[in-house]
Write a protein that binds this ligand. Structure first.
Ligand code: IPE
Ligand code: IPE
Ligand code: MG
Length: 239
């Protein structure tokens, strides 16, 4: 019974807008503060010895927001990569980006490629940034890739396995999240890591993302450590 430190923590960083509204500020001030919370989360994850940290930064559905907010979020990502990449690299952080890159502006695509290339051999924390990411879209792309192989005669449909699907996803090579944290009190998945969270533990925290700090992170880990993951079997205690 009880789990140790999770290997992979994935975070749905929610509540920037409400954090700002609560203070009578425009929504973008919440997003700006949210960047500081990401820096904190990276530092704490490293201290805790977590190997993989995934942050949901922009969903495939977030294009539905007003244009000014979408372009602010695009600008924020650019500034984050430009400003923080060198320090992440110095801290031995490996950056991976998941999500659809084809329909992003070319300058953003280049920055994301650069972040991955520069840090690819780092051996510390892997920071996975989910940007323009949707779990169902990711599965659809994987299905297309496998279907093309079938069409080329390179793949027998009956040999398509769970492992093969996992390898066709953006997250290939990254273990499934042990723990998913969502801030802001919302209790839904919002198209995040649909395939990968089949057996993840979920912790919903009542703090808005800009207020996420070491105490919040610790609360989520403590809650996780009290869980009993059974994966369909029986708990260690019962067996
Ligand atoms: C999360 O905060 C950040 C993104 C989705 C980009 P929100 O912007 O969703 O904040 P709320 O949910 O409106 O408070
Ligand atoms: C999920 O938050 C996406 C990110 C945190 C990037 P949203 O605020 O977009 O989710 P919904 O719309 O409330 O489900
Ligand atoms: Mg939200």
């Amino acid at each position: 019974m009880g789990e140790g430190m999770p290997t992979h923590v994935a975070i749905i960083m929610d509540g920037n807008g409400r954090w700002a509204a609560q203070r009578g500020l425009p929504r973008f001030e919440g997003h700006r503060k949210g960047i500081e919370a990401i820096r904190r989360a990276v530092r704490i994850a490293t201290e805790f010895g977590i190997r993989y940290l995934t942050v949901y930064s922009f969903s495939a559905e977030n294009w539905r927001r007003p244009e000014e907010e979408v372009s602010f979020l695009m600008g924020l990502l650019k500034r984050f990569v430009r400003h923080d990449l060198a320090e992440l690299h110095t801290n031995n952080v490996r950056v991976r980006i998941i999500g659809e890159r084809g329909n992003l502006a070319s300058d953003i695509r280049l920055l994301l490629d650069e972040a991955e290339q520069l840090t690819r051999d780092n051996t510390g924390l892997t920071l996975v940034i989910a940007f323009n990411y949707g779990g169902r879209q990711e599965i659809a792309s994987a299905v297309q890739a496998l279907a093309r192989k079938v069409q080329e005669g390179a793949l027998d449909p009956s040999s398509i396995s769970m492992e093969m699907i996992g390898e066709a996803l953006d997250t290939h090579g990254i273990p499934d999240p042990d723990l998913v944290i969502r801030t802001s009190g919302e209790q839904r998945v919002s198209n995040f890591l649909t395939w990968q969270t089949a057996y993840s533990e979920f912790v919903f925290l009542p703090v808005f993302w800009p207020d996420f700090d070491e105490a919040s992170f610790k609360d989520a880990i403590d809650e996780y450590s009290r869980r009993d993951r059974r994966f369909g079997g029986l708990s260690a205690k019962a067996s």
